[in-house]
Design a protein around this ligand. Structure first.
Ligand code: NAD
Length: 353
Protein backbone atom coordinates (compact mmCIF):
# COMPACT_ATOMS: atom_id res chain seq x y z
CA UNK A 1 0.00 0.00 0.00
CA UNK A 2 1.10 3.57 -0.65
CA UNK A 3 1.52 5.22 2.74
CA UNK A 4 2.10 8.91 3.53
CA UNK A 5 4.13 8.99 6.75
CA UNK A 6 3.67 12.29 8.64
CA UNK A 7 5.77 13.79 11.50
CA UNK A 8 8.80 11.82 10.33
CA UNK A 9 11.98 11.99 12.39
CA UNK A 10 15.23 10.23 11.47
CA UNK A 11 14.54 7.46 13.98
CA UNK A 12 11.03 6.84 12.54
CA UNK A 13 12.46 6.47 9.07
CA UNK A 14 15.25 4.18 10.23
CA UNK A 15 12.95 1.73 12.04
CA UNK A 16 10.08 1.86 9.51
CA UNK A 17 12.40 1.27 6.56
CA UNK A 18 14.10 -1.62 8.35
CA UNK A 19 10.78 -3.30 9.17
CA UNK A 20 9.51 -2.73 5.63
CA UNK A 21 12.40 -4.59 4.07
CA UNK A 22 11.70 -8.25 3.17
CA UNK A 23 15.01 -9.43 4.65
CA UNK A 24 13.99 -8.16 8.08
CA UNK A 25 10.53 -9.58 8.23
CA UNK A 26 10.46 -12.96 6.57
CA UNK A 27 9.15 -15.50 9.07
CA UNK A 28 7.43 -18.86 8.75
CA UNK A 29 3.95 -17.42 9.10
CA UNK A 30 4.35 -14.04 7.48
CA UNK A 31 5.84 -14.09 4.00
CA UNK A 32 8.19 -11.12 3.62
CA UNK A 33 6.49 -9.79 0.48
CA UNK A 34 3.33 -9.20 2.48
CA UNK A 35 5.00 -6.27 4.25
CA UNK A 36 6.44 -4.39 1.30
CA UNK A 37 4.66 -1.08 1.28
CA UNK A 38 5.49 2.11 -0.58
CA UNK A 39 6.43 4.66 2.07
CA UNK A 40 6.73 8.39 1.42
CA UNK A 41 8.09 10.32 4.39
CA UNK A 42 6.94 13.85 5.26
CA UNK A 43 8.43 15.92 8.09
CA UNK A 44 5.36 18.14 8.74
CA UNK A 45 2.59 17.10 11.06
CA UNK A 46 -0.72 16.10 9.53
CA UNK A 47 -3.30 18.87 9.84
CA UNK A 48 -5.93 20.42 7.63
CA UNK A 49 -3.12 22.57 6.14
CA UNK A 50 -0.82 19.67 5.27
CA UNK A 51 -3.42 17.01 4.36
CA UNK A 52 -2.94 17.94 0.70
CA UNK A 53 0.43 16.11 0.85
CA UNK A 54 -1.51 12.83 1.20
CA UNK A 55 -3.45 13.29 -2.07
CA UNK A 56 -3.64 9.90 -3.78
CA UNK A 57 -2.38 7.94 -0.74
CA UNK A 58 -4.84 5.27 0.45
CA UNK A 59 -3.13 5.31 3.88
CA UNK A 60 -1.60 7.94 6.17
CA UNK A 61 0.66 7.07 9.09
CA UNK A 62 0.64 9.52 12.03
CA UNK A 63 1.89 10.02 15.60
CA UNK A 64 0.70 11.75 18.78
CA UNK A 65 0.80 15.40 17.64
CA UNK A 66 -0.80 14.98 14.23
CA UNK A 67 -4.24 16.62 14.12
CA UNK A 68 -6.60 13.99 12.84
CA UNK A 69 -9.72 16.09 13.41
CA UNK A 70 -12.93 16.14 11.35
CA UNK A 71 -11.84 18.82 8.82
CA UNK A 72 -8.52 17.01 8.21
CA UNK A 73 -10.32 13.67 7.80
CA UNK A 74 -12.75 15.25 5.33
CA UNK A 75 -9.84 16.46 3.19
CA UNK A 76 -8.14 13.05 3.42
CA UNK A 77 -11.35 11.22 2.46
CA UNK A 78 -11.96 13.52 -0.50
CA UNK A 79 -8.42 12.73 -1.75
CA UNK A 80 -8.88 8.96 -1.51
CA UNK A 81 -7.43 8.09 1.91
CA UNK A 82 -9.24 5.16 3.51
CA UNK A 83 -6.87 4.23 6.34
CA UNK A 84 -5.31 6.16 9.22
CA UNK A 85 -2.44 4.24 10.82
CA UNK A 86 -1.41 5.50 14.26
CA UNK A 87 2.15 4.67 15.31
CA UNK A 88 1.08 5.17 18.94
CA UNK A 89 -1.38 3.83 21.51
CA UNK A 90 -3.28 6.98 22.57
CA UNK A 91 -5.83 8.21 20.01
CA UNK A 92 -7.21 11.35 21.68
CA UNK A 93 -5.98 13.32 18.62
CA UNK A 94 -8.30 11.41 16.26
CA UNK A 95 -12.00 12.16 15.72
CA UNK A 96 -13.10 8.53 15.56
CA UNK A 97 -16.75 9.38 14.88
CA UNK A 98 -15.80 11.58 11.93
CA UNK A 99 -13.54 8.81 10.59
CA UNK A 100 -16.37 6.27 10.86
CA UNK A 101 -18.80 8.64 9.13
CA UNK A 102 -16.30 9.09 6.28
CA UNK A 103 -15.61 5.35 5.95
CA UNK A 104 -11.99 5.71 7.14
CA UNK A 105 -10.54 2.82 9.15
CA UNK A 106 -8.30 3.77 12.11
CA UNK A 107 -5.70 1.37 13.50
CA UNK A 108 -3.12 1.85 16.26
CA UNK A 109 -0.24 0.19 18.08
CA UNK A 110 -1.84 -0.65 21.41
CA UNK A 111 1.27 -1.79 23.29
CA UNK A 112 4.69 -0.88 22.00
CA UNK A 113 6.50 0.13 25.11
CA UNK A 114 4.65 -0.64 28.34
CA UNK A 115 7.95 -1.51 30.06
CA UNK A 116 9.64 1.55 28.59
CA UNK A 117 6.94 3.93 29.88
CA UNK A 118 6.66 2.30 33.30
CA UNK A 119 10.46 2.27 33.68
CA UNK A 120 10.59 5.95 32.71
CA UNK A 121 7.99 6.73 35.39
CA UNK A 122 10.24 4.93 37.89
CA UNK A 123 13.17 6.98 36.59
CA UNK A 124 11.26 10.19 37.33
CA UNK A 125 10.31 8.91 40.80
CA UNK A 126 13.91 7.99 41.70
CA UNK A 127 15.40 11.18 40.26
CA UNK A 128 12.90 13.45 42.02
CA UNK A 129 13.12 11.62 45.33
CA UNK A 130 16.92 11.53 45.49
CA UNK A 131 17.34 14.85 43.60
CA UNK A 132 19.63 13.22 41.05
CA UNK A 133 18.90 15.96 38.50
CA UNK A 134 20.21 18.54 40.99
CA UNK A 135 23.13 16.42 42.21
CA UNK A 136 24.31 15.95 38.60
CA UNK A 137 24.67 19.70 38.13
CA UNK A 138 26.15 20.32 41.59
CA UNK A 139 28.93 17.80 41.24
CA UNK A 140 29.89 19.21 37.84
CA UNK A 141 30.27 22.62 39.58
CA UNK A 142 32.39 20.99 42.36
CA UNK A 143 29.55 21.60 44.84
CA UNK A 144 29.46 18.53 47.05
CA UNK A 145 27.04 19.91 49.66
CA UNK A 146 24.12 17.65 50.55
CA UNK A 147 21.87 20.55 51.63
CA UNK A 148 18.51 20.24 49.84
CA UNK A 149 19.16 16.71 48.55
CA UNK A 150 17.31 14.84 51.32
CA UNK A 151 15.14 12.01 50.00
CA UNK A 152 13.02 9.25 51.53
CA UNK A 153 13.04 5.46 51.38
CA UNK A 154 10.60 4.10 48.82
CA UNK A 155 10.31 0.94 50.88
CA UNK A 156 7.07 1.05 52.88
CA UNK A 157 5.65 4.08 51.01
CA UNK A 158 2.27 4.04 49.26
CA UNK A 159 2.02 4.46 45.50
CA UNK A 160 -1.36 5.36 44.01
CA UNK A 161 -1.76 4.21 40.40
CA UNK A 162 -4.60 5.72 38.37
CA UNK A 163 -5.24 3.53 35.32
CA UNK A 164 -4.09 -0.06 35.81
CA UNK A 165 -3.89 -1.30 32.24
CA UNK A 166 -0.64 -2.46 30.66
CA UNK A 167 1.63 0.36 31.90
CA UNK A 168 -0.03 0.85 35.29
CA UNK A 169 0.27 -2.87 36.03
CA UNK A 170 4.01 -2.92 35.21
CA UNK A 171 4.58 0.15 37.38
CA UNK A 172 2.77 -1.70 40.18
CA UNK A 173 5.04 -4.72 39.72
CA UNK A 174 8.19 -2.58 39.80
CA UNK A 175 7.12 -0.54 42.81
CA UNK A 176 6.11 -3.70 44.63
CA UNK A 177 9.73 -4.74 44.14
CA UNK A 178 10.79 -1.61 46.03
CA UNK A 179 8.57 -2.70 48.92
CA UNK A 180 5.80 -0.15 48.29
CA UNK A 181 2.08 -0.55 49.08
CA UNK A 182 -0.06 -0.18 45.96
CA UNK A 183 -3.40 1.64 45.86
CA UNK A 184 -5.21 1.62 42.53
CA UNK A 185 -8.10 3.27 40.75
CA UNK A 186 -9.55 2.25 37.40
CA UNK A 187 -12.97 1.86 35.82
CA UNK A 188 -12.11 -1.86 35.56
CA UNK A 189 -10.21 -4.00 38.04
CA UNK A 190 -7.01 -5.73 36.89
CA UNK A 191 -6.82 -9.12 38.61
CA UNK A 192 -3.04 -9.28 38.04
CA UNK A 193 -2.59 -6.11 40.06
CA UNK A 194 -4.82 -7.48 42.80
CA UNK A 195 -2.77 -10.70 42.81
CA UNK A 196 0.28 -8.51 43.55
CA UNK A 197 -1.48 -7.12 46.59
CA UNK A 198 -2.69 -3.90 44.89
CA UNK A 199 -5.85 -2.56 46.55
CA UNK A 200 -8.58 -0.88 44.49
CA UNK A 201 -10.08 2.16 46.20
CA UNK A 202 -12.13 5.18 45.18
CA UNK A 203 -10.18 8.25 44.07
CA UNK A 204 -10.56 10.28 47.31
CA UNK A 205 -9.05 7.39 49.28
CA UNK A 206 -6.20 7.03 46.80
CA UNK A 207 -5.51 10.78 46.93
CA UNK A 208 -5.61 10.88 50.75
CA UNK A 209 -3.22 7.96 51.29
CA UNK A 210 -0.64 7.99 48.49
CA UNK A 211 2.89 9.32 48.91
CA UNK A 212 3.36 9.04 45.13
CA UNK A 213 0.56 9.28 42.55
CA UNK A 214 1.23 8.11 39.00
CA UNK A 215 -1.21 8.59 36.11
CA UNK A 216 -1.65 5.80 33.54
CA UNK A 217 -5.21 6.27 32.25
CA UNK A 218 -6.04 7.58 28.78
CA UNK A 219 -7.12 11.16 28.12
CA UNK A 220 -10.90 11.17 27.71
CA UNK A 221 -13.57 13.78 28.52
CA UNK A 222 -13.92 11.97 31.89
CA UNK A 223 -10.20 12.16 32.76
CA UNK A 224 -9.52 15.69 31.41
CA UNK A 225 -7.99 17.72 34.30
CA UNK A 226 -8.44 14.79 36.68
CA UNK A 227 -5.73 16.51 38.71
CA UNK A 228 -7.15 19.94 39.55
CA UNK A 229 -7.36 22.39 42.47
CA UNK A 230 -10.05 20.31 44.20
CA UNK A 231 -8.32 16.93 43.86
CA UNK A 232 -4.92 18.39 44.82
CA UNK A 233 -6.50 19.55 48.12
CA UNK A 234 -7.46 15.92 48.84
CA UNK A 235 -3.84 14.72 48.48
CA UNK A 236 -1.28 14.09 51.19
CA UNK A 237 0.94 17.04 51.93
CA UNK A 238 4.20 16.86 49.88
CA UNK A 239 2.78 14.23 47.52
CA UNK A 240 4.90 13.30 44.48
CA UNK A 241 2.90 13.51 41.26
CA UNK A 242 3.99 11.64 38.12
CA UNK A 243 2.38 11.94 34.68
CA UNK A 244 3.68 9.90 31.75
CA UNK A 245 0.24 9.51 30.20
CA UNK A 246 -1.26 12.63 28.59
CA UNK A 247 -0.68 16.27 29.55
CA UNK A 248 -4.32 17.29 29.82
CA UNK A 249 -4.92 14.84 32.67
CA UNK A 250 -3.42 17.67 34.74
CA UNK A 251 -4.59 21.25 35.15
CA UNK A 252 -1.08 22.69 35.02
CA UNK A 253 -1.99 26.04 36.58
CA UNK A 254 -3.54 24.24 39.58
CA UNK A 255 -0.40 22.10 39.91
CA UNK A 256 1.77 25.24 39.88
CA UNK A 257 -0.32 26.61 42.76
CA UNK A 258 0.05 23.24 44.54
CA UNK A 259 3.83 23.40 44.11
CA UNK A 260 3.95 27.00 45.37
CA UNK A 261 1.94 26.08 48.51
CA UNK A 262 4.13 22.93 48.92
CA UNK A 263 1.03 20.71 48.95
CA UNK A 264 2.74 19.02 46.00
CA UNK A 265 6.23 17.97 47.06
CA UNK A 266 7.50 17.18 43.58
CA UNK A 267 6.27 16.78 40.04
CA UNK A 268 7.61 14.55 37.26
CA UNK A 269 6.00 14.87 33.84
CA UNK A 270 6.82 13.42 30.44
CA UNK A 271 3.73 15.04 28.92
CA UNK A 272 2.28 18.54 29.00
CA UNK A 273 -1.10 19.85 27.91
CA UNK A 274 0.34 22.30 25.34
CA UNK A 275 3.28 20.07 24.41
CA UNK A 276 2.49 20.01 20.71
CA UNK A 277 3.94 23.55 20.44
CA UNK A 278 7.21 22.39 22.04
CA UNK A 279 8.02 18.71 22.19
CA UNK A 280 9.97 16.70 19.59
CA UNK A 281 11.63 19.89 18.24
CA UNK A 282 15.01 21.47 19.03
CA UNK A 283 13.98 24.94 20.20
CA UNK A 284 17.29 25.85 21.86
CA UNK A 285 17.99 29.47 21.07
CA UNK A 286 14.30 30.24 20.58
CA UNK A 287 12.18 32.35 22.93
CA UNK A 288 9.61 30.02 24.49
CA UNK A 289 6.26 31.82 24.50
CA UNK A 290 4.48 29.46 26.90
CA UNK A 291 4.69 31.20 30.30
CA UNK A 292 3.01 28.32 32.15
CA UNK A 293 5.60 25.84 30.87
CA UNK A 294 8.42 28.28 31.64
CA UNK A 295 7.15 28.71 35.22
CA UNK A 296 7.16 24.92 35.62
CA UNK A 297 10.80 24.74 34.59
CA UNK A 298 11.80 27.13 37.40
CA UNK A 299 10.89 24.76 40.27
CA UNK A 300 13.82 22.73 41.65
CA UNK A 301 11.40 19.90 42.47
CA UNK A 302 9.95 19.60 38.96
CA UNK A 303 11.44 17.24 36.39
CA UNK A 304 10.17 17.45 32.81
CA UNK A 305 11.04 15.17 29.92
CA UNK A 306 9.75 15.78 26.40
CA UNK A 307 7.46 12.80 25.75
CA UNK A 308 10.33 10.32 25.67
CA UNK A 309 8.92 7.66 28.00
CA UNK A 310 8.15 5.36 25.07
CA UNK A 311 11.49 6.00 23.35
CA UNK A 312 13.37 2.71 23.47
CA UNK A 313 14.81 0.52 20.71
CA UNK A 314 12.24 -2.14 21.51
CA UNK A 315 9.39 0.36 21.19
CA UNK A 316 10.46 1.72 17.80
CA UNK A 317 10.91 -1.84 16.54
CA UNK A 318 7.47 -2.88 17.84
CA UNK A 319 5.82 0.24 16.44
CA UNK A 320 7.22 -0.45 12.98
CA UNK A 321 6.31 -4.16 12.98
CA UNK A 322 2.77 -3.63 14.28
CA UNK A 323 2.22 -0.72 11.90
CA UNK A 324 2.96 -2.89 8.86
CA UNK A 325 0.97 -5.84 10.22
CA UNK A 326 -1.99 -3.45 10.70
CA UNK A 327 -1.67 -2.08 7.15
CA UNK A 328 -1.44 -5.59 5.71
CA UNK A 329 -4.53 -6.75 7.64
CA UNK A 330 -6.62 -3.87 6.32
CA UNK A 331 -5.18 -4.10 2.79
CA UNK A 332 -5.98 -7.80 2.57
CA UNK A 333 -9.44 -7.52 4.15
CA UNK A 334 -8.55 -9.45 7.31
CA UNK A 335 -10.03 -8.35 10.64
CA UNK A 336 -7.42 -6.14 12.32
CA UNK A 337 -7.20 -6.63 16.10
CA UNK A 338 -5.82 -3.11 16.44
CA UNK A 339 -8.69 -1.28 14.73
CA UNK A 340 -10.27 1.38 16.94
CA UNK A 341 -13.83 2.63 16.67
CA UNK A 342 -15.83 5.40 18.34
CA UNK A 343 -17.03 4.08 21.70
CA UNK A 344 -20.02 5.03 23.84
CA UNK A 345 -18.97 7.11 26.87
CA UNK A 346 -17.58 5.23 29.94
CA UNK A 347 -18.65 6.72 33.28
CA UNK A 348 -15.64 7.92 35.35
CA UNK A 349 -16.41 5.90 38.47
CA UNK A 350 -14.54 2.93 39.83
CA UNK A 351 -16.00 -0.53 39.52
CA UNK A 352 -14.77 -1.80 42.83
CA UNK A 353 -17.09 -4.79 43.07
P1 NAD B 1 -4.21 0.59 28.66
O1 NAD B 1 -5.39 0.81 27.76
O2 NAD B 1 -3.59 -0.75 28.75
O3 NAD B 1 -4.61 1.04 30.15
C1 NAD B 1 -5.35 2.21 30.41
C2 NAD B 1 -6.19 1.95 31.66
O4 NAD B 1 -6.88 3.16 31.99
C3 NAD B 1 -7.25 0.85 31.45
O5 NAD B 1 -7.16 -0.11 32.47
C4 NAD B 1 -8.56 1.62 31.52
O6 NAD B 1 -9.63 0.87 32.08
C5 NAD B 1 -8.17 2.78 32.43
N1 NAD B 1 -9.12 3.88 32.37
C6 NAD B 1 -9.90 4.28 31.34
N2 NAD B 1 -10.68 5.31 31.73
C7 NAD B 1 -10.35 5.56 33.02
C8 NAD B 1 -10.83 6.51 33.97
N3 NAD B 1 -11.79 7.38 33.66
N4 NAD B 1 -10.28 6.49 35.21
C9 NAD B 1 -9.33 5.57 35.54
N5 NAD B 1 -8.85 4.65 34.67
C10 NAD B 1 -9.36 4.66 33.43
O7 NAD B 1 -3.16 1.70 28.23
P2 NAD B 1 -1.59 1.72 28.53
O8 NAD B 1 -0.87 1.05 27.42
O9 NAD B 1 -1.35 1.31 29.91
O10 NAD B 1 -1.30 3.29 28.36
C11 NAD B 1 -1.81 4.24 29.29
C12 NAD B 1 -1.63 5.63 28.71
O11 NAD B 1 -0.23 5.90 28.61
C13 NAD B 1 -2.14 5.79 27.26
O12 NAD B 1 -3.50 6.17 27.25
C14 NAD B 1 -1.27 6.89 26.70
O13 NAD B 1 -1.96 8.13 26.84
C15 NAD B 1 -0.05 6.91 27.61
N6 NAD B 1 1.21 6.58 26.89
C16 NAD B 1 2.23 7.46 27.02
C17 NAD B 1 3.46 7.19 26.39
C18 NAD B 1 4.63 8.13 26.54
O14 NAD B 1 5.62 8.00 25.81
N7 NAD B 1 4.62 9.07 27.49
C19 NAD B 1 3.59 6.04 25.60
C20 NAD B 1 2.51 5.15 25.52
C21 NAD B 1 1.32 5.43 26.17
Amino acid sequence: MKVAVFSTKNYDRQFLEAANSPAQLSTENTPAQEYLHELVFFEPRLSRDTAILAAGFPAVCVFVHDQVDAPTLEILASQGTRLVVLRCAGFNNVDLQAAADLGITVVRVPAYSPYGVAEHAVGLILSLNRKIHRAYNRVREANFSLEGLLGFNLNGRTVGIIGTGKIGLILGQIMKGFGCQILAYDVYRNSELEALGGKYVELPELFANSDIISLHCPLTPETHHLINAETIKQMKSKVMLINTSRGALIDTQAVIEGLKSRQIGSLGVDVYEQESDLFFEDLSGEIIQDDVFQRLTTFPNVLITGHQAFFTEEALHNIAETTFANISDVEQGRPCPNEIRAQPKVEAKAIVG
